[in-house]
Design a protein around this ligand. Structure first.
Ligand SMILES: [Ca+2]
Ligand SMILES: [Ca+2]
Length: 318
């Protein structure tokens, strides 16, 4: 059994209701809606993502067998599968589709209960029917089993992802524990953007910060969740540290083993923001985190007095 430096890192997701597999229902309230949804239609007429954009999903594992996400998986063409040789010499044997840092294997999916969360994030990002940016690539970086993981593995995953070419990381988790090591690794990759959860409790982050979202670093984006009625989602953090609010309730997403479900959680808002940034980077690969934050600060919603995500404004500035 691997010895781990454990910290408490909790993933944020609550499944609300089991749905049927009826895909004819109007399932995603937040996609086209221009009030508290993300206003995506005009952007989609220009791009549904560029395959050169690779999003690193630091999360639990991903069931990549689903037909709606299997074509978006990152493939390491420098590695020969299943020959038990580290062909590309990066220190990871047979790492074709990312890596399982939790168990230190190339098996990025273990079981439904341990890996539904990462699968859900991959679905929001790239599901052909229900995702934001189906034509980008995602790289599974499994650091959690269920809600259990370690800073130690997260740091390895960031280093691995960056070497692969990831410049956009989805971090749908948080911890109350400040880690200097995690701070430093994020700081050292200035040209990578880290989209992070503003927490799973209804707390003012100015008083009760969560990490990595509240590290004072220019390449971190701190995300909060809102509901269909524009209220702050009941388990989202709030306060001045939040850069942008995005839909975080009643989100329809892929689950393992070819199932779908409605879920709530700041985790989902994070994935929606990551997907939106992936589209912005598909249009302008050199857009900086600073520029993105500036566009977020202009994305002010008078109805709820919050900065709420508008993908059209993010991508085209109006
Ligand atoms: Ca390798
Ligand atoms: Ca190999």
């Amino acid at each position: 059994m691997k010895k781990k430096i454990l910290t408490i890192i909790c993933l944020v997701s609550i499944m609300t209701a089991c749905s049927s597999n009826n895909k004819n229902v109007n399932t995603q309230w937040w996609m086209e809606n221009t009030q508290f949804g993300i206003n995506i239609n005009n952007v989609w007429s220009q791009t549904t993502g560029n395959q050169d954009i690779i999003v690193g999903i630091i999360d639990s594992g991903v069931d990549i067998t689903n037909k709606n996400i299997k074509d978006s998986i990152y493939i390491n063409y420098n590695e020969i599968a299943d020959n038990e040789i580290d062909d590309d010499g990066n220190g990871y044997v047979d790492d074709i589709n990312g890596w399982n840092f939790y168990d230190n294997t190339n098996d990025i999916y273990t079981a439904f209960t341990s890996d539904y969360h990462g699968t859900m994030i991959a679905g929001i990002l790239t599901d052909k029917d229900y995702g934001i940016a189906p034509n980008i690539r995602y790289l599974p970086l499994k650091c959690f089993r269920g809600s259990e993981g370690s800073i130690e593995d997260v740091i390895k995953a960031i280093e691995y992802g960056y070497d692969v070419g990831v410049r956009l990381f989805n971090c749908s988790w948080d911890t109350n524990q400040y880690s200097e090591e995690l701070y430093e690794v994020i700081q050292s990759y200035q040209d990578a953007i880290f989209v992070c959860s503003g927490g799973k409790n209804y707390e003012n982050l100015d008083l009760t910060p969560v990490y990595p979202a509240c590290y004072n670093l220019s390449n971190i984006i701190c995300v909060g969740g809102i509901t269909e009625s524009g209220d702050i989602y009941e388990f989202s953090g709030y306060g001045n540290d939040i850069d942008i609010y995005a839909p975080g309730a009643d989100i329809y997403s892929l689950m393992p083993e070819n199932t779908y479900n409605y879920s709530d959680g700041t985790s989902l808002a994070v994935a929606i923001v990551t997907g939106a940034i992936a589209l912005a980077k598909s249009i302008d690969p050199l857009v900086s985190c600073e520029e993105i934050k500036e566009r977020f600060s202009e994305s002010y919603n008078d109805f709820n007095n919050l900065n709420t995500l508008d993908v059209n404004k993010l991508c085209f500035g109006n």
